[in-house]
Design a protein around this ligand. Structure first.
Ligand code: IMP
Ligand code: MG
Length: 183
């Protein structure tokens, strides 16, 4: 086992090097699709901060940054399905190319709701970019145009993703030990 894996982490899912390759692959797709266009990246706090800061530095198109926050997991590992908007953007997005940047799509509830809210404000385009996708867990179907990697149904932490606000600073993605969140 890698020497820098955290004691609460069962096993490494993606190393920093593997994440870097994934980020560059996604950035390339976005650069190609938005050639000669301007992009407004809507970063979903807090889990997407690490991913989005790496992603935007690999974009060679003009990018504006906006932030939104929604309530999600609290201290559990399953979504309530009830999404509360905690922080909204203050900019008029009508006529703009909106790219929602999210860390992970799980049930799909959060991104479905966010996309509905933003689409209602008449952007030119509204797409989603998620670093990780757990397709087995989907409850609400939602189209995600850019996906970094599909992963199995495991609770992962690191690279911005948390459990109970911890582990966001780990430079890799790891599967959290069940003993951390079970009994
Ligand atoms: P959804 O609404 O069920 O798709 O949940 C999306 C949100 O749940 C993400 O923004 C994450 O904050 C959180 N989440 C889902 N799965 C994980 C995970 O494996 N690790 C950490 N957070 C997760
Ligand atoms: Mg979270």
């Amino acid at each position: 086992m890698e020497k820098n894996v955290h004691p609460d982490v069962e096993r490494l899912l993606l190393s920093a090097e593997e994440i870097d390759k994934i980020v560059k692959k996604v950035a390339k797709e976005i650069n190609e699709d938005y050639k000669d266009e301007e992009l407004t990246a809507v970063v979903i706090l807090r889990g997407s901060v690490v991913f989005s800061s790496d992603l935007i530095r690999n974009l060679d198109i003009p990018v504006k940054l906006e932030f939104m926050q929604v309530s999600s997991y609290g201290s559990g590992t399953t979504s309530s399905g009830c999404i509360e908007l905690k922080m909204d953007i203050e900019t008029d997005i009508s006529g703009k190319n909106i790219l929602i940047i999210e860390d992970i799509i799980d049930s799909g509830n959060t991104l479905y709701k966010l996309k509905e809210i933003l689409k209602g404000r008449n952007p030119k385009t509204c797409r989603i970019c998620a670093l990780l996708d757990k397709p087995e867990r989907r409850v609400t179907p939602v189209e995600v145009e850019y996906i970094g990697a599909k992963i199995p149904d495991e609770f992962v932490v690191g690279y911005g993703l948390d459990y109970d606000e911890k582990y966001r600073n780990l430079p890799f993605l790891g599967i959290l030990k069940r003993s951390v969140y079970e009994g």
